[in-house]
Write a protein that binds this ligand. Structure first.
Ligand SMILES: NC(=O)c1ccc[n+]([C@@H]2O[C@H](COP(=O)([O-])OP(=O)(O)OC[C@H]3O[C@@H](n4cnc5c(N)ncnc54)[C@H](OP(=O)(O)O)[C@@H]3O)[C@@H](O)[C@H]2O)c1
Length: 344
């Protein structure tokens, strides 16, 4: 197949669980767009990447109100003005954050960046649960958060509204579900779901018919969901959205074994995947993506794109052939033979 044909290969779509949303196999993760990188010329470039993604078959865009302090949503609103019917917009709420719009122009973005750096440092110190940021899932907060998201996204409806990293308490809180149902009746939200940071209490969220989708970490370096979540999702007809497929950057083809050994306790497992990739003569990122894509329970794989190069690479990977059975077996053998050591 020549390059032009490859580029035009159609994107697969799947229905997201019990919703009527037909989402592209890969979704555009918008957590890294906006803020300081999207000032001046950078802003136009980001909008162009979003347009190219949509024009080349990606219809699912996942953001959150707190990403880039509101600027990620704002960029989507700018990009898809006049194209709203061509995209499925998913956002999240529940985190308290400072919207940079309230501070003036680039000064606001610099303030936002400084806050993000501070939050990153604090999150490292406090562990992976992002305890640095306060959360609020109270009905009045969620209603106002949806209104603000609608304004930033420049739309009058959100296709998928997700609770952002909720705790178990929220899965038992009838007021949360009543609020989401009211937002749905009012036509502001079409479906709702949850975006989980970890699998700690994932089972609790399958008990609600109203939850249309669950976003989970899943990939070669994070296979726990395979036996724990995928069968449950199939049984309950809940759409799964996978993220972290490139292992937070650890599955980049160019990372050498020496640097991986210094970077992560997962290096032995990654080295085994590199060997599998090289015997199959395929790049490791392609294998990582297709391993998750071939799972029927996964409706959409989110990739945290930022640049034209990310988009090109992801479109190239997704159009490559699926993994054969032997390759899948080899991957799953690594999972049982090299258990993951806990992060230091
Ligand atoms: N609780 C939640 O609901 C939650 C939590 C986290 C994320 N998310 C969603 O999931 C999305 C994806 O998150 P993620 O953890 O998979 O990705 P991510 O955090 O955005 O990071 C992607 C990593 O993969 C690397 N990478 C290598 N090749 C890439 C390529 N071709 N395209 C994109 N990245 C590439 C990037 O490195 P370089 O930049 O150096 O190339 C980066 O380190 C987010 O944008 C967000 O929408 C949701």
């Amino acid at each position: 197949m020549n390059a032009a044909k490859l580029r035009r290969a159609p994107m697969q779509h799947k229905i997201l669980g019990s919703t009527t949303l037909e989402v592209s196999a890969i979704g555009f993760g918008c957590s890294r767009i906006g803020g300081i990188s999207a000032t001046g010329r950078g802003r136009g470039e980001t909008v162009r990447v979003l347009h190219q993604a949509q024009e080349r078959g990606i219809n699912f865009f996942d953001t959150a109100d707190a990403y880039a302090q509101g600027d990620s949503e704002r960029l989507l609103g700018e990009a898809f003005r006049g194209r709203r019917d061509k995209v499925i917009l998913a956002t999240k709420g529940g985190y308290l954050f400072h919207d940079t719009e309230s501070a003036a122009g680039s000064l606001g973005r610099v303030v936002g960046l400084a806050r993000r750096v501070k939050q990153k440092v604090e999150s490292r110190l406090l562990g992976r649960k992002r305890q640095f940021a306060g959360q609020n899932f109270a009905p009045e907060y969620l209603v106002s958060a949806v209104e603000r998201s609608l304004r930033r996204l420049n739309t009058d409806y959100i296709d998928l509204y997700q609770l952002h990293a909720p705790r178990t308490e929220q899965s038992r809180d009838s007021e949360v579900f009543e609020t989401l149902a009211r937002l749905r009746t009012a036509g502001k939200v079409r479906y709702f779901g949850v975006g989980l940071e970890a699998l700690d209490d994932v089972e609790h969220w399958f008990g609600h018919a109203a939850v249309g989708s669950i976003q989970i970490p899943f990939g070669l370096l994070d296979l726990e969901a395979r036996n724990r979540v995928l069968p449950l999702a199939a049984a309950k007809n809940v759409g799964l959205i996978a993220r972290g497929v490139y292992g937070g950057g650890l599955l980049k083809p160019e990372l050498s074994p020496e640097s991986l050994r210094r970077m992560t306790p997962k290096w032995e497992r990654i080295a085994a995947f590199h060997r599998i990739a090289s015997s199959a003569a395929r790049p490791i990122d392609e294998i990582a993506l297709h391993y998750v894509l071939q799972m029927p329970e996964i409706s959409c794989v989110l990739l945290g794109m930022r640049t034209p190069a990310h988009l090109e690479e992801n479109l190239r990977c997704v159009t490559r052939p699926a993994l054969d059975v032997e390759l899948v077996r080899a991957i799953e053998r690594v999972d049982s033979e090299i258990p993951l050591k806990p992060e230091a």
